[in-house]
Design a binder for this molecule. Sequence first.
Ligand SMILES: [Zn+2]
Length: 632
Amino acid sequence: MKRPQPSLRLSAFLVSFLLSGCYLTRQGSDSSLSNAVLATTFPAGSAYHDTDLDNLTTYDISLKISPGLDGFTAEQRVGYTHQGKEPTDHLIFHVFPNSKFLMVGGQRNIAVTEVAIDGKRAAFDLSGTMLRVPLGEKLQPGRRVQAVLRFTGRAPQLPYSTDLLMQGLQQLFEIIGGGGKASGNYGLYGLSGGILSLGHWHPIIPRLRGNEFDTEEPSGIGDVADFEVANYQVDVTAPVSAVLVSSGETVSESKSGSTKTVRYHGGAMRDFAVSCSPKYQAVTQVVDDIRLNSFYLPEHKDGGVKVLDYAAKALRFYRRAFGTYAYRELDVVEAPLRGGAGGMEYPAMVTIAHLFYDPNSMGASVPGLGDLLKSSPTQDMDGMMGEMLEFIVAHEVAHQWWHAMVGSDSKEHPFIDEALANYTSILYFEEYYGKAAADKQVELQMKLNYQMHRAMGGADHAVDQPAASFGNNFAYAAIVYGKGALYFKALRDQVGKEAFIKMMRTYADRFRFRIAQPSDLQKAIDDALIASRSPFTPQKSQLLARRWLYESHGDEDIGTLQFGKLIEMIMPPEFLSTPEGKQMKQLMDTLGPLLMGMLGGGLGGGEGAPEQMPDLEQLLKMLQGLGGQMEQ
Ligand SMILES: [Zn+2]
């Protein structure tokens, strides 16, 4: 359905008002907000100007950030139309900052102080991350309710580490120490290094599962955001000195004393992220008609400029391949992510871990090790870190298609958006650097994930499983980001690049602003195969999906870890032909499996596992020894 013209809308409104009495006066109050927000996000000329998006949930939020950036107060007005088939006697809001993984010292991050339903003060219960609000009278299917929530937030101070190697090792030891469990804190919400990150910060109405609201607590693995699109108006008040970044489009800005207030609109967004720091600097580029901004810390200007270039290339290629980008702006923001997260996707905004902006940061916190890595003539650290950064940016920008626009259930079926975003990054490398460069990324970003996991004793699994069912982030990365992405590669190898892109475009066109299930993806693939009369029939495509997504043939299809091959991939060939190069390959062949075995013992998490835990100091000595070998 198309969005009706204003005059038609007015007549329709008057007729329905006369027919159904007081209910619609209630509905009318936030429809003008939706119209204003949609007019900002999808102005005349936008490909999605006429999409029917004006009965979405509305969030009208006033957010006041404290002068020290360590907390906030907020008021949120919500308009919600009940989507269930049965009436509901309560509403649920998810309050993610209160997840046990994000609380520091057992203290709740969000306190809800007041709730009102349709203008009347209401009782509420906040337990874990679930805010339950009983409704005085049942809300019938298709009927709209207005809720007002007042809440305060504290932003926990998170340690700020700048060394990728150390953070990676720390995460590994946390997981081993926790018997294979992840820490679950990716740094999406909190204050770290002078940057306030507000990801999933406001109480948000979850999707329905059947007729019930989803009330599952976060598992600590993977993403939590699988919401329906909503229309947002957010007024953010912050110190004048702070640079504000958000999912929304700036509508107005005003100053008053030491604070400023910026009004943002975000139409058809599944979430609304805010980042804030007095340190942020920015570079901007207009890509076709989209304003692309890269925000970075002053010490990382080179990284910030590179990120802008990568994101511009990604936007250009993906728009051509998978259809127009819906929003008018995209912000790519340096952020203090942790816990193994390289980046994070939000609508019209992505964050990239600060650890990847500076090639010199690798190993810098261990005396001698950073210099060793940098000075080593055998290692192109800049090149390696640059490729990682580029891959992460390509992956996160791909999420604008496979998450922000085309929604999927990222908790129950995380492979849909994660594996597809990962394989889309491979297509990006192929587009700009050719097949060999893309194949190298397939090895490093996909096969290696899976092979390392297997070498450490992890099991092969079906890909299409809930994120919570993976014991730790390594297993999740190996199976979903590794093996899952290789499913899309296997499909593309069968049908060819052009046909594959066309399939994904069919899928994007069908599910833009909606939520797709695995069967929807399969049907889009099969329909595209039928339409193109491909010899690779839907029956064959279903068998391929079954093999990769629902069975365990990973070792057969992906192969096992070959340390020698790994060294060949990351070391320059001229070095490998020297006696030192050969010696190093030999060393890795011996040391590699040993190290994997040690780590695997810890990851197994069985009785006595802590005794087998490798000592951090010991491991660093081994790394330094390796550095010494490289310098010879
Ligand atoms: Zn992702």
